[in-house]
Write a protein that binds this ligand. Structure first.
Ligand SMILES: NC(=O)c1ccc[n+]([C@@H]2O[C@H](COP(=O)([O-])OP(=O)(O)OC[C@H]3O[C@@H](n4cnc5c(N)ncnc54)[C@H](O)[C@@H]3O)[C@@H](O)[C@H]2O)c1
Length: 366
């Protein structure tokens, strides 16, 4: 078994999280030892798909190791990341008489870690959380940062909390069964990490690096650095939002026909274009980005979309102030524009229209 261990520790003690990466890590002695020092009884939360593929087996293995494990499931998909699912999971935990000293293990993608993390943060006023991500998105992003939450009719992740996992165990073996489009959702975030924080990672991607464990490790190192600098998203952590102002708006305007990864990829291209128009970035970087996205299998195309819907969706972005969208801008590969310490800049209407025109011309389907 190969392996890597990272430690995320903040000065304000918001978190002290161990991240272990390696094939078979979820069958290793360090994994069992960690669980042992955390609790002896666990709610193992997974969506029904992941429960069938991996949850039943993991529950059996942990039971054989002497733990009391209750596998609790919910229907898969973003549509189930809602308050009623949280309540249902909590009711199941209450029925099993799990208490303050017991733990929650989130096994699955970002939907599961967001839901299970939120459950763990409020159950008995907070119990220990351990994450075992099974999607690339979960491994490089969703399970790492302590943010969790559920969606409501008004929007995504509007209700939630910060509750950092005690440990994250990343076993890249799980990715063998992950569909290609789900892999691309995670790849978009890995490319983003290179663009915002690591020229070296971006160059590895340009050279076609295929060692997924290496890419996961580099991504976790960057997310660790960002969390340690700004655990509660007061400023610097915004850099993780690069490409997401326009990307989320595209996802929304396409009624989620466009996958998260494709939408974020086009969002990054367009936000890089705006960085170029503002004089922060050379156009050559956009050409490099386009090559990297295409190499990674991105189509960089979106279906017929309504511009007004895109503008409206942007106005709901958490960085928007008084209807003016704000975006994270790039300065170079591996570097974001500081924008006076805000790490995002207001995009005036004329510039936004220029950006949207360019995006429709380059990536629109007509
Ligand atoms: N909290 C955060 O910091 C953060 C960051 C990024 C994303 N997110 C959230 O993450 C969610 C998206 O996460 P996701 O992309 O992992 O989606 P997901 O959790 O819905 O998983 C995608 C699909 O893959 C299936 N799946 C999971 N692992 C599998 C495996 N190994 N083999 C085969 N199928 C598998 C799932 O059953 C599901 O159908 C969104 O809700 C987003 O808001 C949160």
């Amino acid at each position: 078994m190969s392996g890597h261990l990272l430690h995320v520790k903040t000065i304000g003690n918001e978190t002290d999280t161990e991240i272990s990466i390696g094939n078979e890590i979820t069958r290793s002695l360090p994994f069992y030892n960690f669980l042992n020092k955390t609790a002896s009884r666990f709610a193992l939360i997974a969506d029904q798909n992941v429960a069938e593929k991996y949850g039943l087996q993991l529950a059996a293995e942990l039971t054989a190791e002497g733990f009391e494990v209750h596998l609790l499931t919910f229907p898969e998909g973003e549509g189930h990341k809602i308050r009623s699912t949280k309540q249902d999971l909590e009711d199941q935990m209450l029925a099993k008489e799990l208490g303050r000293g017991d733990g929650v293990i989130a096994l699955g993608g970002g939907v599961t870690s967001d839901l299970a993390g939120f459950v763990a943060s409020t159950y008995c006023r907070g119990v220990s959380l351990i994450c075992i991500p099974t999607t690339l998105m979960g491994m490089v992003d969703a399970s790492l940062g302590g943010k969790n939450g559920v969606n409501t009719n008004e929007g995504k992740n509007l209700i939630g909390s910060f509750h950092f996992p005690k440990a994250v165990f990343i076993n890249p073996d799980f990715l063998k069964t992950l569909p290609k489009h789900e892999m691309r959702n995670g790849m978009a975030e890995i490319i983003k990490y290179g663009l915002i924080a690591s020229k070296e990672l971006f160059e590895m991607l340009e050279q076609g690096q295929k060692n997924i464990e290496e890419l996961i490790l580099r991504s976790c190192e960057i997310k660790k650095m960002v969390i340690e600098s700004d655990p509660k998203e007061q400023g610097f952590r915004r850099i993780l939002n690069f490409g997401h102002t326009i990307g989320h708006a595209l996802e929304f305007a396409s009624s989620f026909e466009l996958s998260h990864g494709e939408a974020i990829a086009i969002g990054m291209m367009t936000e890089a274009y705006l960085s170029f128009k503002l004089g922060h970035l050379t156009f050559g970087v956009l050409e490099q980005m386009s090559i990297v996205f295409k190499q990674a299998g991105f189509r960089l195309k979106f279906p017929q979309l309504d511009r007004q819907q895109i503008r409206t969706a942007m106005s709901f972005d958490k960085k928007t102030i008084r209807s003016t969208p704000r975006m994270v801008l790039l300065k170079a590969v591996g570097q974001v524009e500081r924008c006076n310490g805000n790490y995002c800049s207001s995009i005036e209407p004329a510039l936004l229209e220029d950006g949207l025109n360019w995006m429709f011309k380059e990536f629109g389907s007509q």
